[in-house]
Design a protein around this ligand. Structure first.
Ligand code: AMP
Ligand code: MN
Ligand code: MN
Ligand code: MN
Length: 298
């Protein structure tokens, strides 16, 4: 078991019930592809009744101290987090790191390398869109970027909605930004062992983000989770915005089969864009152990 790094001493419920506490361990600020500032995320989470929050921006730690400072002012528990982009067997998967030391050099360097290719990729995405009669996409996307080193497909999606190409970002992804579509550019992110190594080396725990989203065969899924476990990964998201009830059931089965702890996170990106608000997911089923049960928070 890893000792988790908590931002400030927990205030205990008595008795402590890990299934009851409002924990949200996955969300984004405009330091990656979220809409709101890190401070606003902390305020919004607190207003929604979140007791422990982790900010998990993509490949970036720049918002963590800011959100953590606001969380401390509000008396809300806060956990330092990140969501690392990984390429495994040609598929993009996301690994959430919780409780990381945000000054750990290997983690900081690894994330810088992981996000390093985003600028070139964004130019290629814009070229692909220009080729189908949509010029100016890079400049358009940049209007939505809060952090120039973290330009993401989400920023293109917001601009494509703005210019009326689609009604919402979900539709943009299906029509323009997924494999086989004009704005899609394949990219090689971090390798699974190195991403888990950075997280663990920085004192954190690694969690498989939204497992229901990956288009794996059963065999691939088994191999992926086996490798994740063998590299020291400890958790899997059971409840998150993109999971159907069936996805959640499958994640519960995986947690039990591979002896992983269960996590829960809204993956909130912004008001009006995200399916689930900060802190508004339901409780975990009692057939799995919440990953935070071992942290002594409450
Ligand atoms: P990127 O890291 O640039 O490849 O962008 C990935 C981000 O795009 C994810 O973190 C989500 O925020 C967003 N995203 C991916 N697929 C979809 C989708 N189908 N609908 C809406 N947003 C999506
Ligand atoms: Mn995102
Ligand atoms: Mn993700
Ligand atoms: Mn996310």
């Amino acid at each position: 078991m890893t000792a988790i790094r908590l931002s400030h001493p927990p205030q205990r419920h008595t008795p402590f019930d890990p299934y009851r506490i409002n924990v949200d361990l996955h969300c984004h600020s405009n330091v990656s592809d979220g809409v709101h500032t890190p401070e606003d995320i902390a305020e919004r989470a607190h207003a929604n009744g979140v007791e422990w929050l982790a900010l998990t921006d993509h490949d970036e730690l720049g918002g963590v101290a800011r959100a953590g400072k606001r969380a401390a002012e509000l008396g809300m528990g806060f956990i330092h987090g990140v969501e690392v982009s990984v390429t495994w067997a040609g598929e993009t998967v996301h690994i959430v790191g919780l409780g990381v030391d945000i000054e750990n050099a290997a983690l900081v360097d690894g994330l810088a390398r992981t996000r390093g290719g985003r600028a070139g990729r964004a130019q290629e995405m814009a070229d692909g869109l220009a080729a189908v009669g949509i010029p100016g996409a890079l400049e358009g996307a940049m209007k939505y970027v809060g952090n120039p080193s973290l330009i993401s497909r989400s920023h293109f999606a917001r601009w494509l909605v703005e210019i009326g190409r689609c009604d919402d970002v979900r539709e943009v992804f299906g029509s323009y930004l997924v494999e086989g579509k004009p704005g899609y550019v394949p990219h090689r992110w971090a390798r699974l062992p190195e991403a888990i190594g950075w997280i663990r080396g920085a004192g954190g725990v690694a969690v498989i983000a939204h497992p229901g989203r990956y288009r794996f065969t059963d065999l691939e899924r088994h191999a992926f989770i086996t490798e994740f476990r063998d590299c020291g990964g400890e958790g899997i998201e059971v409840l998150c915005a993109s999971h159907t009830p069936d996805d959640a059931r499958r994640a519960v089965l995986a947690a039990r089969e591979f002896n992983l702890k269960a996590s829960r996170g809204s993956d909130f990106h912004g008001a009006g864009e995200s399916r689930v608000e900060l802190g508004k997911l339901g409780p975990l089923p009692d057939s799995v152990e919440p990953i935070w049960a071992q942290w002594g928070i409450g």
